[in-house]
Design a protein around this ligand. Sequence first.
Ligand SMILES: Cc1cc2nc3c(=O)[nH]c(=O)nc-3n(C[C@H](O)[C@H](O)[C@H](O)COP(=O)(O)OP(=O)(O)OC[C@H]3O[C@@H](n4cnc5c(N)ncnc54)[C@H](O)[C@@H]3O)c2cc1C
Length: 413
Amino acid sequence: MTMGPSSAPTSVLVVGAGHAGTATAVALRQYGFAGHVTVLGAEAEHPYHRPPVSKAYLSDDAQPELLKGPTWFQDNDVDLRLGRRVTSVDHGSGRAVLDDGDVLSFDTLVLATGARARAIPLSLPRAGCWTLRTFREAVAFRQVLRNGARIVIVGGGFIGLEVAAAARRSGCAVTVVEREARLLQRIASPVLSQAVTRYHRDQGVEIMLEASVTEIVEGADGSARAVRLADGTELECDAVVIGVGADPRDDLAREVGADCDGGVLVDGGARTSVPGVYAVGDVTRREVAGYDGRFRLESIPNAGEQAKQAAAAIVGAPPPRPEVPWFWSDQYDLKVKIAGLLVGANHHVVRGDPDAGQFAIYHLDAQQRLVAVEAVNSAGDFMAGKKWIASRATPSVDLLPDSTVPLRELVPA
Ligand SMILES: Cc1cc2nc3c(=O)[nH]c(=O)nc-3n(C[C@H](O)[C@H](O)[C@H](O)COP(=O)(O)OP(=O)(O)OC[C@H]3O[C@@H](n4cnc5c(N)ncnc54)[C@H](O)[C@@H]3O)c2cc1C
């Protein structure tokens, strides 16, 4: 049943029990929504934190870290159904069909279907090629990470580099193959790329830049045996990790007729172009206050922010205050935190010493406003930068590089 313009929603179906879907259920209850809430998740595990998939879950015996205690859903009257996939949705009649043929009714739909690991356009061996997005994949892959295994990682993005760090910790021989001229090309500045590259090389990771994979060679047992590059180099290996990005899982959004363009397009209330249909998290492409354009922000803070936006819009509450986008990555003892977006950046200033492993790169626009800060092992810079981005502050470019000047003295009071 489709709601009339004035009728209040009484039942919300959230598709996807990852961070964004779970956070939406939590926010709905926090905003006082008293109607029926169902959360459907294709994975069998109780909703868990995903970032450790490329970090802590790769250690022996690590268990999933739960997003909410085991009884939270029951205690808050949220109908959680796991191991069930929504296969089709008819928004007009308010019905969703599950993979076991069950049909659920709803008046409001929240799509929190996340993203899927991007494939590389090559035929792959029957075994030995891995993508890491789920706890189960991490558990299976950690058997591969035994001392001496040779791992080739295709793609030098954050996930690939986190896996490289975990594999080195396990004593594996690791090669990262990156097509672009630098690591983290899509997401980080050249200064951060260089520092991270140097750090991985110091840890014994072989990094090959501007290197294109043309074939993943299958051994006699059907498993990946080598990675062949465009220049003919053959990298022998025991396993290949493919970390070349993720694509939005927007099939259901397209089915209901929501506008999609590299993600489900949503406004500041997580509304899609179809009334009564919302989308949150990795599946979306959204506007961000203070930056021109629309962005897919694959991060936990984004999932949490959009969950609150959707809940507020559904109950008719004022939208929550916009947040500065941010992201973190842990590699070895490096804690990388990035606030803001490298959009409209015109110049940068480095504070601290990249060689000493503690520094921050402040990116400013032509009006000297801070648009992004990339901090490595420097929580103070991250916090200050995030605050300044929110307030559109113009920190002193002359004093920023001098780390003896306290941060609080860098912006006019
Ligand atoms: C390995 C890895 C490491 C990461 N590390 C960091 C990090 O350090 N810091 C950070 O900020 N972010 C990190 N991220 C990104 C962060 O985890 C995501 O931004 C966040 O999990 C997005 O949440 P989501 O709910 O939108 O999507 P997801 O977490 O992908 O969850 C979507 C869920 O929906 C389910 N689903 C999909 N379709 C259906 C359907 N039709 N029916 C039922 N269920 C369905 C999927 O099975 C999945 O469980 C990492 C991501 C990965 C993969």
